[in-house]
Ligand binder design. Structure first.
Ligand SMILES: C[S@@+](CC[C@H](N)C(=O)[O-])C[C@H]1O[C@@H](n2cnc3c(N)ncnc32)[C@H](O)[C@@H]1O
Length: 295
């Protein structure tokens, strides 16, 4: 096994050119992340540091670049993604966390200023756990119940919570909001205690729009995490009518929404005893999170 001592930039430069040629704008970061995985470094490499690398590791790096060139997202190749302040492991059953969803964390922080409050939080459709675990990390005395119908997603949340040292304040619930009595089942499990905060980023893409999404999304994110039915509203119509039964009277609900869905989701909320009090925009200026209280 021959070893090479070389700087990162020299090694990745030809591969960066290949990625740029196919329109990948994040070529430099992508190459560094893939090289980091190839040599199993615990932190992301910088352009101008020197590394020891074997021929076998160079071969591995080139193989990962081929996968990237074929359209596989970096997060799916390395099976992890940074979100808010933490790093999350992913599997094929979890949505790849999006920067837009950080808007929800920001909204909660704005509404619950005291970080020492012992908040009881429900994460409906928890996926990798990026939302609930980020809140557990921010609110040191809080507890989160992670609710998902995908057993494989729940395994990843468990894994992430252990790795981040947050498992003692986490509860994992294999439940389905398509079940008529999900609210009563949930409250029974919770010993009749309702929640201070409910967060959810449900699937909200209208079925016919999924085929128009980028290859990186439609081919690698699980359909169960994307498909919101004909008008994108299926999950909201199942979740919202039950929320009054599981939220404390002074609690707050934070729902992520797709572009242009604020009126439909507000209407469903109002019809079921909730009052929309705020829309939080994401970094592109799109209304991304709607905040409800009990009417
Ligand atoms: C858009 S993903 C959000 C994942 C994660 N919270 C995030 O923001 O990255 C929606 C999640 O809802 C879950 N889900 C879909 N249908 C569900 C159902 N009927 N009951 C419970 N969870 C469901 C999916 O498994 C998926 O993890």
């Amino acid at each position: 096994m021959t070893n090479k001592y070389i700087d990162v930039y020299t090694l990745i430069e030809p591969e960066m050119c290949k990625l740029r040629k196919v329109g990948i704008e994040t070529a430099s970061l992508d190459c560094r992340l893939l090289l980091t995985k190839s040599i199993k470094k615990p932190r992301t490499l910088h352009n101008h540091e020197y590394i020891n690398i074997t021929n076998k590791e160079i071969k591995k790096f080139k193989y990962l670049i081929k996968e990237r060139l074929a359209g596989k997202p970096v997060s799916r190749i390395i099976n992890k993604r940074n979100f808010w302040k933490l790093e999350f492991k992913l599997n094929e059953s979890t949505l790849d966390p999006r920067p837009d969803s950080e808007t929800l964390i920001y909204a909660v922080l704005n509404h619950f200023i005291n970080k020492l409050q012992p908040l009881k939080i429900l994460d409906l459709g928890s996926g990798s756990g990026c939302l609930g675990l980020s809140l557990l990390d921010e609110y040191q005395n809080s507890k989160v119940s992670f609710f998902d119908t995908s057993q494989k997603s729940l395994e990843i949340v468990k894994n992430n919570s252990l790795k981040l040292g947050l498992s003692e304040r986490s509860k994992f619930l294999h439940l389905n909001w398509k079940d008529d009595n999900w609210d009563t089942t949930l409250i029974k499990i919770e010993n009749d205690t309702k929640f201070d905060i409910i967060i959810s980023n449900p699937p909200y893409i209208p079925t016919d729009d999924i085929k128009k999404l980028q290859k990186e999304v439609k081919e690698y994110d699980p359909p169960i995490a994307l498909d919101g039915g004909k008008d994108g509203m299926d999950a909201y119509k199942l979740i919202i009518p039950k929320l009054r039964n599981v939220i404390k009277t002074d609690g707050k609900i934070f729902l992520e929404i797709g572009k242009g869905q604020e009126n439909c989701v507000s209407k469903i909320g109002i019809e079921h005893g909730l009052k929309p009090i705020e829309l939080q925009k994401d970094l592109s200026g799109v209304n991304r999170v709607i905040v409800f209280i009990i009417k």
